[in-house]
Design a protein around this ligand. Structure first.
Ligand code: SAM
Length: 290
């Protein structure tokens, strides 16, 4: 990999979170575990994978060996000659240059996911740039809604947060909020020495599986998210106190609804509640939310 980067005078840009995987072993494992789609008997798996940040194409190649199509979005145009050379002969790959946060992903995939007259299922696989992990994941999970699996390499601490259970120290609003759409699973750890340049932190690969069919309606999700936002904005407050600002009931009435709906006492804090609990509570408070 370093040869091709040197040949094209590539310089790593910290602002783009460019820590590239050094050899094929981790990317191969990611490609093998990034979905639970089953293959077509020795053929490539009929699915389209959206990769974010192909870098020098090391993961792109492994994905291309497994899946029917790979579309990769890369922000850094200086990688164009590198990727052109690295992906030569990989005819089922396409690189689109642009910022993934500004890309209309639905429009990008609309025609590309067609294979003859069949529509391919789509999933995401990426070694994410760590400076925008959460905004990217939020966008993919909450705004796009079309991905069956989202498999990403993230900083170890973020992996811990996203895969943590209600009540644990790492459980946060993003865990609860994304838990309305699907569930995260930790796949494996990746030490910092696997990257160049070597980052200061270790990493882990996690996989998000979208609920199919969706577990909750859009309006249930919207209402639950209002509660999640309120509950986690003041982490040390009890849930009753946190909800006072958004519910037109007095504290005793809120406490009674919490107790009747979830069987919890007055002192319960938001971080103990599962995504399911937030949905139940939002339903019970319907009509009282300001
Ligand atoms: N996939 C490569 C690998 O595993 O070696 C590179 C991963 S590197 C951690 C992150 C990649 O994301 C870089 O290539 C970087 O230029 C790209 N990137 C950073 N911000 C981006 C954005 N907003 N949109 C698209 N790509 C981005």
């Amino acid at each position: 990999m370093s040869e091709i980067l040197n040949k094209h005078d590539f310089s790593f840009q910290k602002k783009y979170g460019q820590n590239f995987l050094q050899d094929y072993k981790i990317p191969r494992r990611i490609a093998a575990e990034c979905t639970e789609y089953t293959g077509g008997g020795g053929e490539k798996i009929p699915a389209l994978i959206l990769e974010i940040g192909p870098g020098a194409g090391i993961l792109t190649k492994e994905l291309a060996a497994v899946f029917e199509k790979v579309v990769a979005v890369e922000i850094d145009r200086s990688l164009e000659p590198v990727l052109a050379e690295a992906l030569e002969g990989y005819d089922n790959t396409e690189v689109v240059f642009g910022d993934v946060m500004e890309t209309d992903i639905q429009a990008l995939l609309k025609e590309r996911r067609m294979s003859g007259d069949k529509m391919l299922p789509v999933s995401v696989c990426a070694n994410l740039p760590y400076y925008i992990t959460t905004p990217i994941l939020t966008r993919l999970v909450e705004d796009c809604g079309c991905f069956d699996y989202i498999t990403v390499m993230v900083q170890k601490e973020v992996a811990q947060r996203l895969t943590s259970a209600p009540g644990s120290a790492d459980y946060g609003s993003i865990t609860a909020s994304m838990g309305l759409y699907g569930s995260f699973k930790r796949l494996f750890a990746v030490p910092s020495g696997c990257f160049y340049p070597r980052p200061k932190v270790d990493s882990a690969v996690i996989r998000f599986t979208t609920y199919r069919p969706a577990k909750y309606s859009d309006s249930e999700i919207k209402a639950a998210q209002r509660l999640i936002k309120a509950a986690f904005s003041v982490r040390r407050k009890t849930l009753v106190n946190a909800l006072c600002g958004i519910v037109s009931l007095d504290k005793a009435e809120i406490a009674k609804i919490i107790s009747d709906t979830l069987g919890c006492g007055e002192s319960v804090r938001g971080e103990k509640l599962s995504p399911d609990d937030f949905v139940k509570l939002a339903k019970a408070l319907e009509g009282y939310m300001e």
